[in-house]
Design a protein around this ligand. Structure first.
Ligand SMILES: [Zn+2]
Length: 294
């Protein structure tokens, strides 16, 4: 049977925790205790198909700390710097610094159509062309299903068309069983209504969204007229998306430091959701490993 496990390399968002130059409760908690307070940038690894999704600027440290043994493919969900700034890792891991001619390792990188397009528009394409010219990566269009280690993987454009979710579907389910499915959304759910075909997955990883109000105290956290609301999903939006997805197991990631939510508060939020909505839900922390059940 094909196996799949999601390892959260980094549960943070655009603002890691601790945040240099800041001394809020969560910053100091992270300095004092490390994980689960500490949150590095948004990257995840899918064991089984062995896919690295996004390379945050913390990726070197994340891979060193991880259970990752081998990377068979790299995906990018979108061009945003918090998801791509660690892209030099492909050079560090794959270059042959000793031999001439060089015998580098090569990792295939799959770019959904609009990701490739925004890489070209935003200046990232040059760097990836440099990596490809030295054979540290090969670049592939991710415009159809990809099969890896018993999983059929597809990229799904979200409402914000520059960003994609990735669906992993078991190719050969156990006799009489339904194919198991995992959906991974790294960020940017603004305006998205999950299509019926993605609902009812066994596992979903989605960003928690921006809490306009503190989910436990109701205190306003983000100004009502903040520019962020023009293009970012709120925590309430993420809950509505999760309600529609009806995933067997739900993991919230991309947890930004400035909201100030502590591990205990997030655990209480998960308990409340479990009680009120019946969800099997966890707020991610760095190093979290979630296996897709049989
Ligand atoms: Zn992000």
């Amino acid at each position: 049977m094909a196996t799949l496990a999601l390892e959260v390399l980094g549960s943070g968002g655009a603002v890691r925790t601790p945040r240099p130059g800041h001394h809020d409760l969560v910053d100091e908690g992270a300095r004092l205790h490390g994980v689960p307070w500490q949150r590095t940038g948004p990257s995840v690894f899918v064991h089984g198909p062995n896919v690295l999704i996004d390379t945050s600027e913390d990726i070197y440290f994340q891979l060193e700390r991880s259970q990752v043994k081998q990377i068979d493919a790299g995906f990018y969900s979108h061009w945003h710097p918090d998801h791509t700034a660690g892209r030099r890792v492909w050079e560090t891991m794959n270059a042959d610094f000793l031999n001439q001619p060089a015998h580098p390792r090569t990792t295939p990188i799959y770019l959904p159509p609009n990701v490739r397009h925004s890489f070209a528009e935003r200046g990232l394409a040059e760097h990836f062309a440099f990596l490809a010219a030295r054979q540290w990566v090969t670049l592939h269009d991710f415009d159809g299903p990809l099969e890896l280690a018993g999983w059929r993987i597809t990229a799904h454009e979200l409402y914000e068309a520059y960003v994609y979710a990735f669906l992993f579907e078991e190719i050969a389910p156990a006799a009489g069983g339904k194919p198991r499915r995992a959906l991974i959304c790294m960020d940017e759910l603004f305006g998205w209504v999950p299509p019926a075909a993605l609902c009812g997955v066994d596992l979903a990883y989605i960003p928690m969204g921006i809490p306009e109000f503190h989910p436990l105290t109701g205190e306003r956290l983000v100004a009502a007229d903040h520019v962020v609301w023009q293009a970012e999903a709120s925590y309430v939006d993420s809950l509505a998306i999760a309600e529609r997805l009806q995933a067997g197991k739900l993991i919230f990631g991309h947890i930004e430091g400035p909201f100030g939510l502590t591990p205990d508060q997030l655990a209480e939020m998960a308990e409340n959701l479990q009680r009120e909505r019946g969800w099997d839900v966890t707020f991610a922390y760095d190093t979290l490993m979630v296996e897709l059940g049989a």
